[in-house]
Design a protein around this ligand. Structure first.
Ligand code: ADP
Ligand code: ADP
Length: 232
């Protein structure tokens, strides 16, 4: 099932007397369990695409459909609920709160979303286990490595059981070995939770871990299968 669908999506910004097309008639479909990498030069529209897919930015034209719901047809509160319940966003910088332990980073997210913290403890422990951090659940960010902090970030995004996972350069601040283990973890998470995962990346060496590569240039997108994953 296609979970994330962008049809003819354009995003324009005023630019002096003319308009700049950050996205120019983009079509993109990502199925559950599919891991797509998004590459392209700086300024080509990758962040714009993630922002539109995250329902954070409204496109100038075109259709954004998440789990069968046309985002434009939703009221503001419904859109917020859709984002909370269906979309996981993982930025390059984990943005953890310095005073909180790993498990508390997950729990405060649920608290801020109106959930009862004591009911979420089991799930938080489970998600820390998924990302391999059970042993450091009670450590604070400064006691964790960069890779571990990014794993907390991923576990936190999984707390809402998202069907769409949007990941912006998750390895930009990490060395090679840690980068590879983070991309492998995202592959595992995509398989295990059947998310439709889109990862913006500059690390072309990890593209074979993903199912397909979309390339952006001047707001336009082209999509291709990774040769080794064509059996999918
Ligand atoms: P990428 O993520 O590939 O670097 P972006 O999506 O950030 O590309 O940017 C695409 C284009 O849109 C660029 O030309 C950028 O300057 C422009 N752009 C992005 N955000 C804004 C904004 N808020 N206002 C005006 N122009 C913007
Ligand atoms: P506003 O008039 O509320 O300031 P904006 O043009 O700034 O609207 O767009 C941002 C709003 O559009 C956000 O509230 C966001 O949730 C919503 N939005 C995001 N994606 C879409 C979409 N595909 N269709 C309609 N609205 C959307």
């Amino acid at each position: 099932m296609t979970t994330l669908n962008l049809a003819n999506v354009s995003l324009e910004y005023p630019d002096g007397g003319t308009t700049l097309k950050a996205l120019d008639a983009v079509n993109l479909s990502v199925r559950r369990g599919e891991f797509l990498s998004l590459v392209g030069p700086s300024g080509s529209g990758k962040s714009s695409l993630l922002a539109v897919a995250a329902t954070l930015v409204k496109p100038t034209a075109g259709l954004v459909v998440i789990d069968g719901q046309d985002v434009a047809s939703l009221k503001e509160a419904e859109r917020t609920a859709l984002r909370r319940d269906k979309v996981g966003i993982i930025f390059q910088q984990p943005n953890l709160l310095p005073a909180l332990t790993a498990v508390e980073q997950l729990l405060i997210r649920e608290h801020l979303r109106g959930k009862r913290v004591h009911e979420e403890r089991g799930k938080a422990a489970e998600m820390l286990d998924v990302v391999g951090l059970s042993g450091v659940a009670h450590k604070r960010p400064h006691q964790l490595s960069g890779g571990q902090r990014q794993r907390v970030n991923i576990a936190r995004a999984l707390m809402g059981s998202p069907t769409v996972l949007l990941v912006d350069e998750p390895t930009a601040a990490l060395d090679h070995e840690r980068s590879e283990s983070i991309v492998r973890l995202l592959r595992q998470v995509t398989d295990e939770f059947q998310t439709a995962t889109v990862m913006v990346t500059h690390d072309t060496e990890f593209l074979p871990l993903t199912d397909a590569v979309a390339t952006m240039r001047d707001g336009r997108i082209s999509r291709a299968l990774v040769p080794s994953a064509q059996s999918n």
